[in-house]
Ligand binder design. Structure first.
Ligand code: NAD
Length: 313
């Protein structure tokens, strides 16, 4: 029998593409998409969907029992920029949703969990270049504090209750199928849309704000890979550093200019600048490479080419 998978927060930037990828792999009916709202038409047509609130334990339990779910991918969260506006709502959503799935696994109602962390677990005191897996963290944003706490709880549930939870610290993610959901790296998606529509873009981060980034296909591949690896290969049960590329807004602009020669970028930094300033510029992911064979496929040039081609189409 095919294993049954539940994705919570399936209508967001990552959840949408993860749903497509897992349905392709396991069959549409084995992958139950769920979210607090409906997703785009393609997603809704691609297989079973449940309206589900990630903070409601009983509601998740009902869906898990009904579909005999074995694995849960928890993608529901409030992202960095939005969380700064609604600190308590962000904390409640980001922590309670995680406790709900951790407790379902503790009670042996599900077997395996994927929960994403973020480069936001690092803070202003973290060494910014080639940031190591284990280093000073001290996150200074609501979002980062929730992700670091989440990591501690994941490791705790693994050590204490044997819960098979796996996690990646995603960098900023770039995708063309869905829009980003209120993060500090959203500019790296908006810029491609604006380049094609208006040939100019006003960036909410300053020139020189280098951040770790990744194309969505790599992120989805990493997510499925860490989940499919043998349990003994997953040696880190808080969350793995993961890296693909780093660039600042001027470098992404140059890569776009290679395709749209009259494209122009200008800068009007807003409150997201201080969040970006607290994060690393580049990430060392030696452990992910060694433990479960991680290797990225998309650099900036390949990302720009793929984004422009697909958004144009
Ligand atoms: P998103 O905001 O695009 O999607 C989140 C989804 O969760 C949305 O569809 C939203 O409707 C849903 N949701 C919100 N509240 C809910 C609730 N109470 N119950 C059920 N669903 C609810 O976010 P994303 O970019 O897809 O991120 C997914 C995960 O990856 C998050 O944990 C995020 O912190 C993490 N992450 C994302 C990035 C990135 O660049 N996108 C980077 C690092 C980490």
């Amino acid at each position: 029998m095919q294993k049954s998978i539940l994705i919570i927060g399936a209508c967001g930037q990552i959840g949408t593409e993860l749903t497509y990828a897992l349905r392709e792999k396991h069959g549409a009916d084995s992958v139950i998409a769920s979210d607090i709202r409906e997703g785009n038409t393609d997603l809704m047509a691609s297989g079973p969907f449940e309206l589900l609130d990630a903070t409601n334990y009983e509601a998740i339990e009902d869906v898990v029992m009904h579909y005999e779910i074995e694995e849960v991918y928890l993608m529901a969260a409030m992202l960095s920029a939005t969380a700064e506006k609604f600190p308590m709502r962000a904390w409640n959503l980001n922590m309670n949703s995680l406790f709900n799935v951790l407790n379902l696994a503790k009670e042996k109602k599900i077997n395996k969990i994927f929960w994403p962390s973020s480069i936001a677990v690092f803070g202003p005191n973290t060494p910014k270049e080639n940031t190591l897996q284990n280093t000073i963290m001290e996150p200074s944003t609501v979002y980062g504090i929730s992700k670091q706490s989440g990591e501690r709880w994941c490791e705790y549930y693994f050590n204490k209750y044997g819960v098979d939870v796996r996690s990646i610290r995603y960098p900023g993610l770039i995708s063309w199928k869905t829009q980003p959901g209120g993060g500090t790296t959203d500019y790296a998606v908006e810029i491609y849309h604006e380049a094609l529509n208006n040939k100019k873009y006003t960036c909410f981060l300053e020139e020189g704000t280098t951040l770790p980034m990744m194309f969505m296909d790599d992120a989805i591949r990493a997510t499925i890979s860490i989940m499919e690896n043998d349990s003994e290969n997953i040696k880190i049960r808080s969350s793995y550093n993961l890296s693909a590329m780093s660039f600042d807004p001027s470098e992404i602009a140059i890569s776009i200019k290679n395709h749209i020669s009259d494209f122009e970028i200008s800068y009007e930094p807003d409150s997201r600048q201080s969040i970006a300033d607290s994060w690393p510029k580049s990430i060392n992911d030696a452990e992910a490479q060694k433990d479960w064979g991680w290797k990225p496929e998309f650099d900036l040039e390949k990302t720009t080419k793929t984004m422009l081609e697909n958004l144009k189409a």
